[in-house]
Ligand binder design. Structure first.
Ligand SMILES: Nc1ncnc2c1ncn2[C@@H]1O[C@H](COP(=O)(O)OP(=O)(O)OP(=O)(O)O)[C@@H](O)[C@H]1O
Ligand SMILES: [Mg+2]
Length: 333
């Protein structure tokens, strides 16, 4: 065979092998779709990756100023945020300037001010990683690691409605006590060699403090939303009664959504869809405690539902609490 013929035969064989692979091994059309999915997944993975220890490459703005500028009516941070890792790193490492009792909410927490005047919420570790919370779907203390995981799920799903959260180990003796207000300091106590505090809140009890291992306390640190974006609290239409034997209307009336749809802010704009998005998010994280939610103020219903307070999640991996999905199955099915 002449060289030219050989090249033609070789090309034909290669073409046949390529086609065989596509149609026989990969399954044709389906595989093209799955390759597209894989490419999209890899792209998403790359955009979600965070570099540990990242810092801002400029000194024009502080990490707090950068993050404050991200906030908009429908997102806490935009899709493209190359500085996200640097802001998270600052949250995890910036010096604590001041520490006070958390003055909002009913659960134990501390309000910290980080270097540069940035307010953050510190929710202390109460359970070991593998502790399973039994009982009512909203039972137990807050879970600090649930806040961290929920924030990352919010990123993965592309909602971008949860304030930024990191995990952080703080030394209570050297980082917190020297800058703590008297009110917070007065709630410190020792249990054996462990430093503990019980804070000031509705469910805060001296008999139920959060304790460090020695002086080191793990917790979640949530970036406070900028004060120029004041919040408005709303009762969640699918909230629970938290009373044994007393059902909320949605628990016995399957046409409840029809009533909700007639009430502002659910009768127009995106709010009802946000409630449904949140139900899916909460189902995935196992959060049955969204009794209230917050949006930005005075926006005529245009603001997103902010995914604040995801701490009552990931309590029991074996439990899928279907009732969390009620907004979805009552409004959409
Ligand atoms: N990152 C934040 N930015 C702005 N405000 C915040 C932030 N975190 C908490 N808050 C405010 O503090 C309130 C209480 O916070 P959070 O819901 O986390 O605490 P909680 O003790 O679990 O509350 P609850 O008892 O209502 O469940 C929120 O409703 C909100 O008004
Ligand atoms: Mg809560």
């Amino acid at each position: 065979m002449k060289l030219k013929q050989r090249v033609v035969v070789l090309c034909a064989v290669l073409l046949l092998l390529g086609l065989a692979k596509v149609f026989l091994l990969d399954g044709g059309e389906g595989s093209a779709a799955s390759r597209r999915d894989l490419r999209a997944f890899r792209k998403m993975e790359a955009s979600l990756a965070l570099v540990r220890g990242a810092r801002l490459t400029h000194t024009l703005q502080s990490p707090w100023e950068v993050a404050a500028q991200w906030v908009g009516p429908r997102e806490v941070y935009p899709d493209e945020t190359p500085e996200l890792a640097a802001v998270l790193n600052a949250l995890a490492t910036a010096r604590v300037e001041r520490a006070d009792v958390g003055y909002k909410g009913t659960q134990l927490k501390a309000l910290l001010v980080l270097d540069g005047g940035q307010k953050v919420v510190f929710k202390p570790k109460r359970y070991s990683r593998d502790y399973v919370v039994e009982g009512e779907p909203y039972a137990g203390y807050d879970r600090h690691n649930a806040e961290v995981a929920a924030f990352h799920l919010d990123r993965i799903l592309g909602f971008r409605r949860a304030p930024l959260v990191v995990g952080r180990l703080v030394n209570l003796r050297t980082e917190i006590k020297p800058v703590a207000t008297d009110q917070l300091l007065s709630t410190f106590l020792m249990q054996g060699n462990n430093t503990c505090f019980y804070g000031k809140c509705y469910y805060c009890r001296e008999s139920e403090p959060a304790c460090a291992e020695g002086e080191g306390m793990e917790g979640s640190v949530t970036l406070w939303l900028p004060d120029v974006w004041p919040l408005q609290k709303h009762r969640h239409p699918w909230g629970r009664t938290y009373r044994e034997g007393k059902l909320a209307r949605w628990e016995y009336d399957d046409s409840y959504c029809e009533a909700v749809k007639k009430m502002p802010p659910y009768d127009a704009g995106p709010r009802l869809l946000d409630v449904i998005d949140t139900a899916i998010f909460d189902y995935l994280i196992g959060n049955a405690d969204r009794h209230h939610y917050e949006s930005f103020q005075d926006d005529g219903g245009a603001s997103m539902l902010i995914l604040l307070d995801n701490a009552k999640s990931f309590g029991n991996a074996a439990l899928d609490e279907r009732s969390i999905l009620a907004p979805l199955y009552q409004c959409c099915m």
